[in-house]
Design a protein around this ligand. Structure first.
Ligand code: KIV
Ligand code: ZN
Length: 384
């Protein structure tokens, strides 16, 4: 396989759905899974089957429906969870069990209240147990971001020796700095003796707004799978945003030289689908999929974009499935934008007339946030 190919592991239906108030019904989950497969994601984390009968059932249905992507089910490192995960994905064309346990001192000593030795033993037993069901086992070391690297390497070595094919390094609390997270991945690549038998995965949370930067740092240091969600949804401040990672890799192809299997033209559609089915509005200034991501409203920018789109746009909106960029008329807009929008309505004022409309436009724009086509038609009607 191409060593620069970055696998996209989508966890919208599992970690993403943990967002308060964002519960999805089974029908919506199936629809989203279908769209994720068409989008080209490599792995769909469909749910956490032991958590509820409803989640078990939707993982089971998604497993039957999806043919190309791997379908993954989450479990804790306990047998009853692993049994439920294995049962839920038994019909999947490409099944994966994702199992793991906390490894930071914080988790080992205060959450699980055990010893490091016991953690290593649990890892050995749980991964070997899951391996009886399926070949493809992903192991997560929860709170790896705050786990001491020497111990983390020891745990991963045991997980891989017990059969893990992917090792997930979650920055579960979104604590790491990009350099720190990147250095952690590099350390693991260099110090886990059997690391060549597994793929390293990033799983970053956005508590400090660094999830995307950390994921990219992970990739630059050897990770070949990125875990992420549509619109960056998830618990607290959310997870790494799929669309951001995909477009960073695409736009920096020359510099970074990585690729994904994602059909970027479908990003906007799936963003809308996730937002509407979950009832979670996407913030307007959200990168790639926010409603303002391709809207220009200040005079200086509008003038630049009208002369040449590349002056202020690094992404062609069509690349992510948006029809076109918008020239929005506000009190900060200039003559170039006004003329552009009038011309679109087939109104072509002479220079002096444009000046006259522009004055009226500014008076109106000081009272009204956005000037619409209907307002422009009224303003221009004084010219005839
Ligand atoms: O953030 C995290 O640590 C997780 C694991 C369960 C993979 O979501
Ligand atoms: Zn997570």
């Amino acid at each position: 396989m191409d060593n620069n190919r970055i696998k996209i592991f989508d966890t919208t239906l599992r970690d993403g759905e943990q967002i308060p108030g964002g519960r999805l019904d089974a029908e919506s989950k199936l629809l989203i899974a279908e769209h994720l497969e068409e989008l080209g994601v490599d792995v769909i984390e469909a749910g956490f089957p032991i958590s509820s009968p409803g989640d078990f059932e939707s993982v089971r249905q998604i497993s039957k429906l999806i043919k190309k992507s791997t379908v993954c089910a989450l479990s804790r490192a306990v047998e009853k969870d692993i049994d439920a995960a294995a049962k839920a994905i038994e019909k999947a064309a490409h099944p994966r069990i994702h199992t793991g346990i906390g490894t930071s001192d914080q988790h080992v000593f205060t959450k699980i209240q055990t010893t490091r030795e016991n953690i290593v033993e649990i890892v050995r037993r749980s991964v070997s147990y899951a391996k009886k069901y399926v070949e493809d086992i992903e192991f997560y070391a929860e709170d790896a971001g705050r786990t001491e690297n020497v111990f983390l390497a020891q745990v991963l070595e045991v997980a891989i020796a017990s059969g893990a094919t992917v090792v997930n390094i979650p920055d579960s609390t979104g604590y790491c700095l990009p350099e720190e997270y990147g250095a952690k991945i590099k350390y693991l690549k260099e110090n886990v003796r059997n690391i060549e038998k597994a793929t390293i995965s990033t799983h970053c949370h956005n508590d400090l707004g660094l999830a995307t930067a950390n994921s990219i740092a992970g990739v630059q240091n050897g990770a070949r799978q990125v875990e992420c969600t549509i619109n960056g949804i998830g618990e607290r401040a959310g997870n790494t945003s799929l669309e951001e990672v995909v477009m960073i890799i695409k736009k920096h192809r020359g510099q970074l030289n990585y690729n994904t299997g994602i059909v970027s033209e479908k990003l906007h559609l799936i963003s809308d689908l996730v937002s509407s089915t979950m009832g979670m509005i996407v913030q307007p200034n959200k990168a790639i999929v926010g409603s303002n991501a391709f809207a220009h409203s200040s005079g200086i920018h509008q003038d630049g974009v009208i002369k040449n789109r590349d002056n202020y746009e690094i992404i062609d909106p069509k690349e992510v499935g948006v029809g076109q960029s918008l020239i929005v008329l506000t009190a900060r807009s200039g003559r170039a934008a006004l003329k552009y929008r009038l011309n679109k309505l087939d109104i072509n004022p002479a220079k002096d007339d444009l000046e006259e409309v522009y004055k009226m436009f500014l008076d109106l724009a000081d009272k009204k946030d956005i000037i619409e086509d209907s307002d422009l038609k009224k303003l221009a009607s004084v010219l005839v």
